[in-house]
Design a protein around this ligand. Structure first.
Ligand SMILES: O=C(O)c1cc(=O)[nH]c(=O)n1[C@@H]1O[C@H](COP(=O)(O)O)[C@@H](O)[C@H]1O
Length: 270
């Protein structure tokens, strides 16, 4: 099953649009991990196992592993997700973008080294830089469109030919880059008006929507502005608000409660 089929199946069968972000920060781990040499893996695995029932996808963020020299933990974590929770796709959040010959290696990194089902990609260098990802028809390519951060508009809102750059990205991805039907777009939860505009441009192309939870995005506004006609189309991503919901012995149960509460809040507005 390819990424898009897996995602759609998961939306329907598990009735959830929550993407659980895996952004390990050892300084925020519960005390029980203080002397654990494999703390990054063990913490993340506990979160994965506790939240899987509420997840339409998992999204490990590569810098959070690489900065710690924990690439091995990332490899084992993705393997664990595939083995213990088959059918839940993994999006490697690496936001890669480079000339085509180098991008081939980034595609191999995400899909072959880490066995991710999808990857986030930066479109700034143009189509040839994304092509090695697009060519992997069975994998997903989640392209930055209107990001969640405060400075998103510095470049993404610049008006070109009468419309902001992020709308050109949306248009290009939906009409030209999505030949294999394997593209999705990143649109931040912090920008409800832009979510609505991009949805109007791209039809049913799925959105990865980070920015609820720690970044303060409004769940009702996200779902009402960005869902597709069938009440799906979204991976609403939250990392810190789930991972660090508790920091005692019961941290995994607290994470599960946070993921369930987000699922239920999203489902109220679908
Ligand atoms: O591509 C992403 O995942 C992403 C895009 C974006 O526009 N904003 C954004 O916050 N992210 C990522 O989503 C996660 C958000 O984390 P929390 O704010 O803790 O939920 C981080 O891993 C970010 O790198």
């Amino acid at each position: 099953m390819n990424f898009m089929q897996a995602l759609r199946t998961r939306w329907q069968q598990a009735d959830t649009l929550v993407c659980v972000g895996l952004d390990p920060e050892p300084a925020r781990f519960p005390a029980q991990f203080a002397n654990d040499p494999d703390a990054v893996f063990n913490f993340c695995r506990a979160i994965v196992d506790a939240t899987a029932g509420y997840a339409c996808s998992f999204k490990p963020q590569i810098a959070h592993f690489a900065a710690l020299g924990a690439e091995g933990a990332l490899t084992r974590l993705i393997a664990h997700i595939h083995a213990a929770h088959p059918g839940i796709p993994v999006i490697l959040d690496s936001k890669r973008g480079d000339i085509g010959s180098t991008a081939q290696h980034y595609a191999a990194e995400a899909f072959d080294r880490y066995a991710a089902d999808a990857v986030t990609a930066n479109p700034y260098l143009g189509r040839d830089s994304v092509q090695p990802f697009l060519d992997r028809a069975d994998r997903g390519v989640v392209i930055l469109c209107r990001t969640s951060n405060p400075g998103a508009g510095d470049l993404q809102d610049l008006v070109i030919d009468g419309r902001p750059l992020y709308q050109h990205v949306a248009e290009k991805v939906a009409r030209e880059w999505n030949g294999h039907g394997n593209c999705a777009l990143v649109v931040g939860a912090t920008w409800p008006a832009q979510l609505k505009e991009v949805r109007a441009i791209v039809g049913d192309v799925p959105f990865l929507v980070p920015g609820v939870g720690a970044q303060g995005g409004d769940v009702e506004a996200v779902v009402t502005n960005a869902k597709t006609a069938d009440g799906t189309g979204l991976m609403v991503s939250s990392s810190r608000a789930i991972l660090y919901a508790g920091n005692g012995q019961d941290f995994a149960a607290a994470a599960a409660d946070a993921a369930r509460a987000l699922r239920d809040e999203i489902n109220r507005y679908r």
